[in-house]
Design a protein around this ligand. Structure first.
Ligand code: ZN
Length: 343
């Protein structure tokens, strides 16, 4: 990462709120009204918008907003893979929830002959902003969660290792193209926290030989703003600290800052990107709210090891709220930076 970053760098987790026109454009595309060139133009514009909102707010390390990823990791990523057969959702009516998402059965060894699309994402975003850029990528265990092993693989972990190889190739290509900060999103570790040692081995295989700063994002689920877990990181500690990642991006705002003390209880050289803005809450934090949360985090984490982020991506947040929250995050961070400089 460039040395020019300020103390307490601000960043995002990855996804950004869709503008209204992207919803209507995708609905039109689903009805067959868009050609590939129309779609590319629309998604390029959406990335420009996401970058612009982050730059306007003053975010230090930006992302492309995952504007090309329809549904975080589902359609986009599985669409790049062969060997999968789509299964209908278990529940189709009623309140929108995780159990309404599609899943797949593995019918042949999984491959991704043309990669996962991250290189294209990176190249476009890199050409559209001068700011440091973070590239998020869903991790293999989380991706494997929607894949039934069928008769091809023994269990979810074996599916995950097949995906880890595909992701590893993609990440190496990404780093070779210039991406210097890659974040692996593995919310499923925090959901199925029973075997952290297995997660560590899988994670380290996934990023093996990737020449970039590596982050790991663990949260408790955010689809339609709903978690899917007990919302505690404790069972993962201390084993999870053996992942070969430089930074942990964890959610705290939505849990009233619970478990920041883990950082003191299990000292390590890892950075913490602390989620201090609640992406699920329509209450928009003030800069002073954010400053207050940063001060609490600083009781457990050294300032040079702390970054400030929202809890998770903004894909499930209204855009006006996402903009307000980003601004408050940046302004609140500036308040604490001034306090630290005054000491
Ligand atoms: Zn998340």
């Amino acid at each position: 990462m460039p040395e020019s970053l300020p103390l307490l760098p601000t960043s995002v987790i990855g996804s950004y709120a869709w503008p209204s026109w992207l919803h209507t454009a995708l609905a039109a595309a689903q009805r067959g009204e868009y050609g590939p060139a129309d779609m590319k133009e629309t998604q390029d514009d959406a990335v420009d918008m996401a970058l612009r909102d982050q730059e306007d707010a003053g975010v230090d390390i930006v992302s492309d907003g995952e504007m090309r990823r329809v549904g975080f990791f589902t359609a986009e990523f599985y669409g790049h893979m062969t060997g999968l057969r789509e299964l209908p959702p278990q529940r189709k009516v009623g309140i929108v929830g995780h159990d309404q998402r599609e899943s797949y059965e593995v019918v042949a060894p999984i491959t991704a002959p043309n990669g996962l699309g991250l290189l294209e994402e990176y190249r476009y975003a890199r050409s559209r902003t001068a700011r440091p850029l973070k590239m998020p990528c869903p991790g293999p265990y989380t991706l494997a969660g929607r894949l039934k092993p069928g008769t091809v693989y023994k269990d979810r972990m074996q599916v995950a290792y097949a995906l880890a190889k595909i992701i590893n190739d993609e990440l190496k290509a990404l780093a070779a193209a210039g991406a210097n900060f890659i974040q692996i999103d593995e919310p499923s570790y925090a959901v199925h926290a029973t075997s952290p040692r297995d997660f560590v081995d899988l994670f380290n295989a996934t990023i093996y030989g990737v020449n970039a700063k590596i982050g790991i994002h663990l949260c408790f689920g955010n689809f339609v703003g709903r978690p899917v877990a007990k919302r505690t990181y404790r069972p993962l500690f201390p084993d999870i600290l053996d992942v070969h990642a430089d930074q942990f991006a964890l959610e705290f705002a939505n849990r009233e800052l619970a478990e920041l003390e883990l950082w003191q209880e299990f000292p390590s050289d890892k950075e913490l990107a602390a989620g201090l803005v609640d992406v699920k809450n329509y209450y928009c934090e003030t800069p002073e709210d954010v400053a207050e949360r940063i001060r609490v985090a600083l009781k457990y984490v050294k300032p040079e090891k702390l970054s400030v982020t929202p809890d998770c991506g903004f894909s499930q947040t209204a855009r006006w709220a996402a903009r307000a929250k980003l601004r408050a995050m940046v302004e609140g961070t500036k308040i604490v930076r001034r306090e630290l400089e005054a000491v």
